[in-house]
Write a protein that binds this ligand. Structure first.
Ligand code: HEC
Ligand code: HEC
Length: 288
């Protein structure tokens, strides 16, 4: 190792390190850098004194300010709970119409309803309420059982064809399985039903016969004009919106097996405020 010396070109002292004839200059740190460095040390000392910083054996140094992020969060959570409890109590007392008329309550109910929908309803009705085969679309303003807030509330409370005694019910007869109609009549009726929403019919389909079958067997529930009946959950067959699909085979199958989808009741599983919030939220999706 060579000795320290003064470099002739820069006039700076070298460190004495040398590799293959290259010598390392011992250039002093810039002043501003040094002062910043000292300042951070001073800052750190004050910080240790003021704030919780050092771990101790069983605890930690709390600092003179005794600040605790945990305590701050707990306070905020308590304040939020308090606010929720107050709004929740207001919601519990309000009617669905009152909630819709009050922007503060409405906001709260919508947020609450949206979250509860994601947790409980989306598996069947889809994340945005778009539905699937057999699970109704809730955003299209076409309702099997009624789309005003009270009707929706009732549906959510007690379900549809559920085990609850207040459930909504109304089953379509199994016209084929129970031999109420023969397969020719079913096919004609299916063609007639498709014609109600402007879909094409099979070549040679007996539409007049289908209409007669319809008026005798189906109109009690689906209406003379095919517009459906919400008291028994019979869908409108003229609006081009299908719960199970519009192709001829699907319609024939539906007439053969009848029945109806089951929606669970929520009255025993969710609290009243959540159910109200859900009714308001679902109504906002496609209420009419
Ligand atoms: C297990 C699946 C399932 C779950 C979960 C479910 N539903 Fe349903 N829901 C159905 C089915 C099936 C129907 C249609 C029943 C029928 O054919 O009439 C339905 C119908 C409805 C209707 C009536 C639609 C109309 O056109 O009148 C509403 C409103 C509704 N559900 C809301 C909800 C809400 C809100 C939740 C969550 C709390 C929920 N559903 C959870 C299966 C489900
Ligand atoms: C007792 C009442 C009742 C009678 C009678 C009835 N239906 Fe229905 N129908 C329903 C109900 C309720 C549904 C809905 C089933 C569900 O929600 O899962 C339905 C559903 C349908 C569907 C499926 C609609 C869709 O959107 O996918 C078709 C098609 C249909 N009915 C045709 C007929 C025809 C044709 C007849 C006569 C041969 C008939 N129905 C008689 C109550 C009835």
């Amino acid at each position: 190792m060579a000795d320290k010396e003064i470099d002739r070109v820069s006039g700076t002292e070298t460190t004495g390190h040398e590799w293959d004839g290259l010598k390392e200059l011992n250039t002093p740190l810039p002043r501003w850098w040094l002062w910043t460095f000292y300042a951070t040390i001073v800052w750190a000392v004050f910080y240790w004194i003021l704030m919780p910083s050092w771990p101790l054996v069983n605890d930690y140094a709390r600092g003179i300010r005794g600040q605790s992020q945990r305590a701050i969060v707990m306070e905020q959570v308590a304040a939020l709970k308090d606010m929720r409890a107050r709004t929740g109590a207001a919601l519990a007392d309000a009617s669905l119409q009152d909630i819709q008329a009050d922007p503060g309550l409405l906001d709260f109910a919508m947020a609450n309803g949206r979250a509860a929908f994601g947790d409980n309803c989306a598996p069947c009705h889809g994340a945005g309420g778009g539905g699937a085969v057999g699970y109704p679309n809730l955003v299209d303003d076409s309702w099997l059982w009624g789309g005003d807030p009270d009707a929706i509330h009732q549906t959510i409370l007690y379900g549809i064809r559920s085990a609850h005694e207040e459930t909504r019910f109304g089953d379509m007869p199994a016209f084929g399985r129970d031999e109420l109609l023969d397969s020719g009549q079913i096919r004609s009726a299916a063609n007639y039903v498709r014609s109600l929403s402007g879909l094409d019919t099979e070549a040679g389909a007996d539409l007049a016969g289908g209409e007669a079958v319809y008026l005798d067997n189906c109109a009690v529930c689906h209406g003379d004009d095919g517009k459906g009946m919400q008291e028994v959950g019979a869908p409108n067959l003229t609006d081009g919106i299908w719960l199970y699909g519009s192709d001829l085979d699907t319609v024939v199958h539906r007439i053969r097996v009848g029945g109806g989808g089951v929606m669970p009741p929520w009255v025993d599983r969710l609290d009243p405020v959540t159910i109200k919030s859900l009714a308001v939220y679902v109504h906002s999706l496609g209420g009419g």
